[in-house]
Design a protein around this ligand. Structure first.
Ligand code: CP
Length: 289
């Protein structure tokens, strides 16, 4: 079944065909699908939820509204029973964001396509695909491109999804973060080690909601030590770009004025998200036929 749960089990051919299809949707191609989907968001989201809704609209899909606060989740119903209910009433695909890493393991046995909209600090495959699309459109390739991922690596599902996919596609990936935020990756504490040579600086949000202690955190110190400051941006090479999955803490991981600077592709990433999600919906729903 063509679920999309993680970038770890996607073949390069599948990734590239999703990017190609998203590019066709960007060019204006439309390929409506007869089906019904539900967006099950148990964690806050602006971009992922809204761009799935836009993608669903472009694909001509019926979308059933679901609000956690008015659902039987509040009466103790499990995620499995919620998704089984969707299957029973005829839903073809569910898009799920959930705070629990690998929540989808408990959905085995549900005959409905599952698209992961982010699982805790685990994976965020549609974000990774839209990031790959943005890099591919910028450089015409992914192989050999150097991407430096900076920030809260250990808590970032974006970092993990992108690290896996970028390496598999032949990119060079470096990590910069405070020493105890690197998770499973080898990292540097000095953005200056890479700033003059990297093709892409991918900044990450500090995920205070996933930190046990945040009282000691100083925005000013973090910006000075690890942030993309105005001075560091000036050292970036010609043609290098800035990315960020957003939401952004302006003035913390990135200087406010750099968010929309010439090098920034942050809003381009969001625009690409709609086309990637159209391609993913088609992959999940039509692949089931
Ligand atoms: N990039 C991203 O996942 O943003 P949201 O949390 O707003 O969906």
């Amino acid at each position: 079944m063509p679920n999309l749960l993680s970038m770890n089990n996607l073949e390069n051919d599948t990734i590239m065909s999703l990017l190609k299809r998203a590019g066709e949707f960007q060019q204006g191609k439309r390929a409506p699908i007869d089906g019904t989907v539900v967006n099950l968001f148990f964690e806050p989201s602006t971009r992922t939820k809204m761009s799935f809704e836009m993608a669903e609209h472009h694909m001509g899909l019926a979308v059933l509204p679901f609000e956690t606060a008015f659902s039987s989740i509040l009466k103790g119903e499990t995620l499995y029973d919620t998704v089984k209910t969707m299957e029973a009433i005829g839903v073809g695909a569910v898009i799920i964001r959930h705070e629990e890493e690998e929540y989808y393991q408990q959905l085995e046995g549900c005959d409905v396509a599952v698209i992961n909209g982010g699982d805790g600090s685990g994976q965020h495959p549609t974000q990774s695909l839209l990031d790959l699309m943005t890099i591919y459109q910028e450089f015409g390739r992914i192989e050999g491109i150097h991407i430096t991922i900076v920030g809260d690596i250990a808590h970032s599902r974006v970092a993990k999804s992108n690290a896996a996919a970028l390496k598999q596609l032949g990119a060079k990936v470096s990590f910069v973060c405070p020493a105890d935020w690197s998770g499973e990756y080898e990292s540097s504490e000095h953005l200056g080690d890479f700033i003059e040579t990297t093709d892409v600086v991918m900044m990450l949000r500090v995920q205070h909601e996933r930190h046990a202690v945040s009282a000691l955190f100083s925005k000013e110190n973090y910006h000075e030590q690890y942030g993309l400051t105005i001075e560091r941006e000036k050292k970036m090479k010609d043609g290098a770009i800035i990315m960020h999955p957003a939401p952004i803490n302006r003035g913390v991981e990135i200087a406010d004025c750099l968010v929309e600077c010439e090098r920034s592709r942050i809003f381009k990433q969001m625009a690409n998200g709609v086309f990637i999600r159209m391609a993913v919906l088609e992959y999940a729903l039509k692949g089931r036929d």
